[in-house]
Design a protein around this ligand. Structure first.
Ligand code: NDP
Length: 247
């Protein structure tokens, strides 16, 4: 539809991505068309239910795994004229634990998703945005992209890396009227937080410094649960903030 902005969001099966997709699809004034993507459509039910009657109208679904070149290309090629006005890079995974007990392959998976996954998406949509002299790329980073946190070494590193990449690229995009913005949420109540807490509780972490492990399990974790409860934001808070950024 002329004048309607196409917004593509990664990682919409849960949490922040799901709420962003629903909020933008339901915006009757701006009339976005949201392409809500996820790597496995078996996880679509929560989104479809929350989208209500916008599903199939202002919200459509597509499969997209940010870790796969082929999947990213297939998804973008499937969009009419390949035009994406707003790309929201939200998909991300966490990793908690002492460096000594995390296999390098697991660390690589974090970079493959949080860092190369975003770059893969940007590389695919950027040429068209530059050609059309317009577009907005959003990257969901984290406060941990600005400040390291104990046992979140690799996750924080992946977000720090993204910050450097985006700060460098943003300047180059200005002359093409393409904006690159970063969102840096603090704690948000999503599956991400639940997964992290469960993971830490059940693991032993052989090789970890006992003092740091003790601090992490008995001081940091309970206080982070408190922080989530008192200061934690909801996915809707982050979706609202993102909506303001693209308006
Ligand atoms: P969730 O775990 O609820 O959602 C993450 C989403 O990313 C899921 O939809 C997941 O899909 C998707 N995803 C993971 N890997 C891939 C992949 N290879 N390709 C496509 N999608 C993928 O977490 P949040 O909503 O909290 O996280 C969203 C973003 O917010 C992340 O980038 C995270 O780093 C960031 N963030 C979160 C904070 C928090 O406290 N929750 C704080 C700061 C930043 P699937 O269902 O298939 O696993």
């Amino acid at each position: 539809i002329p004048g309607q902005k196409v917004v593509l969001i990664t990682g919409c099966s849960s949490g922040i991505g799901l709420r962003m997709a629903v909020m933008l699809a339901k915006d009757e004034q701006k009339r976005y068309h949201v392409i809500a993507t996820m790597r496995d459509l078996k996880r679509k039910d929560k989104l479809v239910e929350a989208a209500g009657d916008t599903y199939g109208k202002t919200l459509s679904l597509a499969v997209l795994d940010v870790c796969s070149d082929e999947s990213v290309k297939q998804c973008i090629n499937g969009i009419k004229d390949r035009h994406v006005d707003v790309l929201i890079n939200n998909a991300g995974i966490g990793l908690v634990g002492p460096v000594e007990s995390i296999p390098i392959d697991e660390m690589k998976k974090v970079f493959e998703t949080n860092f190369f996954g975003v770059i893969r998406m940007i590389k695919e949509v950027m040429p068209d945005m530059k050609k059309r002299k317009g577009g907005h790329i959003i990257v969901v980073s984290s406060v941990m992209g600005l400040q390291g946190v104990v046992f979140n070494d690799v996750y924080a590193a992946s977000k720090f890396a993204m910050e450097g990449f985006c700060e460098s690229l943003a300047v180059q995009l200005l002359k093409f009227n393409v904006t690159l913005s970063m969102i840096e949420p603090g704690p948000v109540h999503t599956e991400f937080e639940a997964k992290m807490i469960e993971d830490v509780k059940k693991k032993e972490y052989p090789g970890a410094d006992p003092d740091t492990l003790n601090y992490f399990k008995n001081v940091y974790l309970p206080s982070s649960v408190d922080i989530f409860e008192t200061l934690g934001q909801t996915p809707d808070d982050i979706a609202r903030c993102t909506k303001k950024v693209i308006e």
